[in-house]
Design a binder for this molecule. Structure first.
Ligand code: GRF
Length: 218
């Protein structure tokens, strides 16, 4: 049985999707938030999962916060650390400590739109296709070997909220899938920093594109 620690900052719907997936061979050892008010903590608690808060406002220096967070994570000895809407930048030392076992989800088709407000950027830029990416975390912001992506159309009538909802539905599909592959030992990072999924053809594994929505007036 492999153990997973999930880090959240807010509502925790991706964490919920991973918990609900009941991934065989995996146990969610803890859900840790940097915000005491994170909505996702209640869901985790109600599902019998250990919860903890490492409040970033209690630490003046980022490195102090990262050290406290690492100590909390390590007390659960996880095989995998999952960032699920965890809204703190992590120090290079922290990232290095969990190298190869630290996953993140980002609401864009990386390398497009790193950082915040990805849905607004997609609409303002006029891209026709947007989506989400699960990737291994490296020291640079929203970069690192890509495990899986899901694409969605950007429709003419979209605002940030409608586009975010369409992307989020895909996040909830691809994050449990990526975690399952990790737990099954199927993810291999090649010497050029690309992820291969053992036993799955890349055209099946790398991208999931839902059918285009129809019925728009223009
Ligand atoms: C998701 O869109 C995720 O991609 C981004 O932050 C959001 C978190 O949502 N990093 P939730 O807390 O998982 O509901």
């Amino acid at each position: 049985m492999k153990s997973i620690v999930i880090l959240i900052s807010g509502r925790g719907s991706n964490m919920e999707a991973i918990v609900r997936a009941r991934i065989p061979g995996a146990r969610i050892a803890a859900v840790i938030s940097n915000r005491p008010a994170a909505g996702g903590l209640a869901f985790a608690h109600a599902h019998g999962i250990a919860t903890a808060v490492v409040d970033h406002t209690a630490h003046a220096e980022r490195t102090d916060f990262d050290a406290a967070l690492a100590a909390c994570i390590d007390s659960h000895a996880p095989d995998l650390v999952v960032l699920a809407g965890f809204m703190r930048l992590l120090s290079p030392a922290f990232v290095q400590r969990y190298e190869g076992r630290l996953l993140n989800i980002h609401p864009s088709l990386l390398p497009a739109f790193p950082g915040l407000h990805t849905h607004r950027q997609a609409i303002e830029t006029g891209v026709r296709v947007h989506g989400a990416t699960v990737h291994f975390v490296t020291a640079a912001l929203d970069s690192g070997p890509i495990v899986i992506q899901a694409a969605v159309p950007v429709l003419p009538a979209d605002d940030e909220a409608t586009l975010a909802a369409r992307v989020l539905a895909q996040e909830h599909r691809i994050y449990p899938q990526a975690v399952r592959w990790f737990i099954d030992g199927r993810l291999v990072i090649d010497d050029r920093g690309r992820v291969r999924v053992r036993g799955v053809r890349l055209d099946e594994a790398g991208c999931t594109v839902p059918p285009l929505e129809t019925g728009e007036a223009d």
